[in-house]
Write a protein that binds this ligand. Sequence first.
Ligand code: LLP
Length: 466
Amino acid sequence: MREERRPHPWQVPGHLETRADHLTVDSIDTVKLAEQQGTPLYVFSEKRIADNIRYLRSAVESVHPRVKICYASKANSNMAVLDAVRRAGGEIEVNSGGELFKAKTIGFRPDQIVFNGVSKTEEEIRDAIEFGILAINIDSLYELEQTARVARSIAKRANVAIRIVPEIITGSHIGLQTGLLSSKFGVSPSQIEEAFKRALEAKDAINLTGAHIHVGSQTPDPQPFALAFAEMWKFLVSLYKKTGHRLSHINIGGGLPVNYLSDTPMADEIDQRERQMLRAELDPQQVLKAALEEACVQGEAELLEGLTIVFEPGRRIVGDTGLLLTRVCNIKHRPETGDTWLLTDAGYSLALSMAMYKWYYHLISASRADEAHVTPFKVAGPLCDSGDVYFDLERGARLPNYRLLPEQTNVGDLLALLNTGAYTLDQASQYNGRPIPAAVMVKETGEIKVIRRRQTYEDLCMQDVW
Ligand code: LLP
């Protein structure tokens, strides 16, 4: 009897597979791709971006008919990625004048854009009002006055939502939690009624349309979303009862997680809490159901009629649509410790969260993908920085100490860091005089498109004046 080959734990049928021992992305051979384009190389899948958007939309629309999926463009604001999002029917969240500019350039309509930010400038606010976007999410009482002032100066009204900072703890990394009173975000609950009052008083300049909460990124369970929704519901109901004013949308923020930790023996080395967070999978339908249940026990369910629910997912849309190909450039053995070190051409300058949050990206061999990954290696990037390693330098349990790769992995082998579609390319830097690599998109048609050209040494000097 033919033995069934166990699929690789990281395998995603139709997307991440192997052929002739090589890793393929949407049937494209990554080894050939790296030969043509060089390394390091970011690779994205257009189909998967579109699939993620369509899946999310249909999941939440099955619970509530009016939703907006405002893709958090900070996760990856490459123009081709934004274009793929727009064509798949997504809307957009921006966090700066630059992201607003990109959104407009790609062709998002004003009613498809929401604008967050803790420190917006007058120019950014003016651009947003002039374009007439769906909501400027107001981050403080000061910013409300500022927005009204800017609106008056150009004789327009600003659509605004008030960003509430509830005290809601999540199971995510502390650096990724934004719903805490100790965080820098949003208006305190004790100031919300005042914010609503002032917004309504400034009717000539302000159109109060919504409430917003973002509890954080990579939130592993539905509870924080439900609590956030209930908090906004409470304010929406009390505003309606006191003034008759109805908010037209509730924005539940981003934070839907990606499973970074495929079923690998290395998971056991990672701290239990961390493990749960990294391998979280949330059903968006359940998240919204839980939120509506939590809110509706408070009553006034009829206010849901005509209400739009806005989501701001970033990671969940692009995280699992990208990988980073990197070449082993050097190898060394340390007889004293018995370790073999592999030195790659991709350091934390290309995947910043690996250093900043000790974020786990699963590493596999792209050139020997079918071989058993059982040999432990110390793996590190090329930067002149001791922290540029694929393990937790402080010997914490946030990353495994070793990476498992095929026996005798060596110089020239091609490796792939998986699930690197979010918060990588946008956070890349030229640190250590390293040009930012190219990015390619495997299009739905199967065509390979360079969506970010590889920088050259000249690019390293381009903005400098001497
Ligand atoms: N909405 C707001 C207001 C946000 O601040 C964020 C993310 C999102 C939506 C999208 O969250 P997501 O769905 O992607 O979890 N640099 C970090 C991630 C910072 C996330 C910041 N805010 C990293 O490298 O992991």
